[in-house]
Design a protein around this ligand. Structure first.
Ligand code: HEM
Length: 318
């Protein structure tokens, strides 16, 4: 009997819901009757997911290469998901912000650990043959990787280091974007011209990244932190989580990627080109990019020291 009453009440609520949206409840119930039961495979689009690894060569290694990029893009997406929650959070609830920052850190750590496996797992000879088929595609064109840094810090902090002092927050977003650090990493090694890799990226993503920069003006994670009360800003757990985020984003992640790149492209004699023909050796090391999110809360000397030491150990590990 109780069950019957519950069902009646549920039908009543459904009726109300459908009335509000102008839909017919009876057709909706019919739809439920005819619908197939959901399966795991359908729900997570598993068949589609597993059909997305399509090599362009016959080298078995290429499938691993594609999968590692795809896995990493999913980690990027998870990181962006939490970053959006962080910046959209209106109540200044520090525990929530700490939780978000810690989650972001966990994703960075999982991603870095998956790169360690990759460093060990792929044969250089196979990679060197296979990469010629990829040109000019490069992880450089990962728009999520660019969005991740935009969500954490103002665009003026992302201006190429040698010009950063000239561009204060008063410059327009377009002007700042013109000098964003990653453009320096896409100059052809011989001609100095912009590479096709960059041109393709600009063509596809400039309007989107400018729009995101506008949305994030004064609303990135960085501003969110500065907008907290003094007491909240001094919260030790928050400071620790944000410092770790800074180090993960600007040192640990770029370094593990660089270790991998060195292993495949840049032996100590310096040969090895990027698929886009770019100046990656001058661009990829964090000590050249000098990106920081929280210059005020992260001790710069310590970061520099850490960057160098870790750089060595990653390269050795590779
Ligand atoms: C054997 C493996 C890899 C090699 C040799 C490699 C090489 C490179 C090189 C040379 C660049 C500089 C830009 C260029 O000229 O192409 C670059 C940039 C980049 N790669 Fe990779 N990569 C590898 C794996 C990956 C993976 C698995 C990802 C995951 C998505 C990735 C993401 C990126 C990103 C985001 C950048 C831009 C870095 C920045 O601007 O700081 N790479 N990669």
């Amino acid at each position: 009997m109780e069950n019957k009453e519950q069902i009646e009440s549920q039908i009543f609520k459904l009726e109300e819901k459908h009335k509000d949206s102008g839909q017919d409840l009876s057709s909706y119930l019919d739809g439920l009757l005819y619908q197939r039961y959901l399966t795991y495979r359908v729900y997570i689009h598993l068949d589609t997911l597993l059909s997305l690894q399509v090599p362009r060569t016959y080298f078995p290694y290429e499938e691993i290469f594609i999968m590692h990029h795809q896995i990493t893009e999913l980690y990027f997406k998870l990181i962006l998901h939490e970053q959006k929650q962080f910046v959209d959070h209106k109540a200044q609830d520090v525990d929530f912000l700490i939780e978000m920052a810690r989650r972001i850190n966990s994703y960075y750590e999982a991603m870095i650990s998956s790169f360690r496996v990759k460093i060990k797992g792929i044969k250089c000879t196979q990679f060197l043959k296979n990469r010629t088929a990829l040109s000019p595609a490069s992880g450089f064109q990962s728009v999520q990787n660019r969005m991740m840094v935009m969500y954490v810090t103002p665009l003026e902090h992302l201006v190429n280091f040698s010009e950063r002092n000239q561009y204060a927050s008063k410059s327009t977003i377009e002007k700042l974007y013109e000098h964003v650090y990653w453009k320096k990493g896409a100059a052809d090694r011989t001609s100095g011209e912009n590479t096709l890799t960059l041109k393709q990226f600009e063509y596809r993503f400039t309007p989107r990244l400018i729009r995101i920069s506008r949305q994030l003006k004064n609303n990135a994670i960085y501003h969110k932190y500065l907008g907290l009360s003094e007491e909240q800003k001094n919260n030790k757990r928050l400071i620790k989580a944000l410092k770790t985020l800074d180090i993960n984003a600007n040192i640990n992640w770029p370094l593990i990627h660089m270790g991998l790149t060195r292993r495949y492209l840049g032996d100590e004699k310096g040969q090895g080109d990027a698929t886009g023909g770019a100046n990656w050796k001058e661009f990829l090391p964090p000590s050249f990019q000098k990106n920081r999110i929280f210059s005020r809360i992260v001790n710069q000397r310590r970061v520099k020291r850490l960057g160098r030491t870790m750089g060595r150990s990653f390269v050795q590990a590779a």
